[in-house]
Design a protein around this ligand. Sequence first.
Ligand SMILES: [Zn+2]
Length: 202
Amino acid sequence: MMSTFSDLHLSISMNWLFPKICIVCKVNSQSILCPNCMPKYVTPVSQNSNISYLYRYKGSIKEIIHKFKFEGEKSIGKFLIISLDPKYLQQFDLIIPVPCHWLRLLQRRFNHLNYLFDFLPNFNAKLVKREKYTGYFHKLNKQERELRIKNAFNVVQGERVTGKKILIVDDIITTGTTFNELSNELCKYNPSSIHGLFLAKV
Ligand SMILES: [Zn+2]
């Protein structure tokens, strides 16, 4: 009885000291994301025949991606893909993330794409390496991006790509330059198809 009372007292004190709030909009919330900010159920939207995305990069989705990717809020990342039908991902033989350069990984301290997708049996982050440090792209135009990303990727186990249905996964799509470059590199090894899935479209 005493312990129950103490637990209750502790819980009230903790809630008072550290009230639960939504990490995005800061309203009181039972969960780290309030119902308004929680990503809604989605099916991938086709941008064209070989690129799909889940959300538009704005509002709470933009905040969630930013906090997940740059501020180390790992726990909210999973909400971005939790409502994605596993059957969608199972239709591919290989899921390949756009690889991160080791210098970028050092800055960010974790590989956010691997963190999201590495529970999938068809996920493989070791087939492609990013050998060129390309810096940030947000201030570059399409031509500058194309020049910067040229020859950035090296497919290290090309024979494992041959004849496979491939899904490239990445976080944000703007011009599609990075996807095109990686796709072209993989195409040299004759996969049966290549599709891209992005968390959000700018
Ligand atoms: Zn909220």
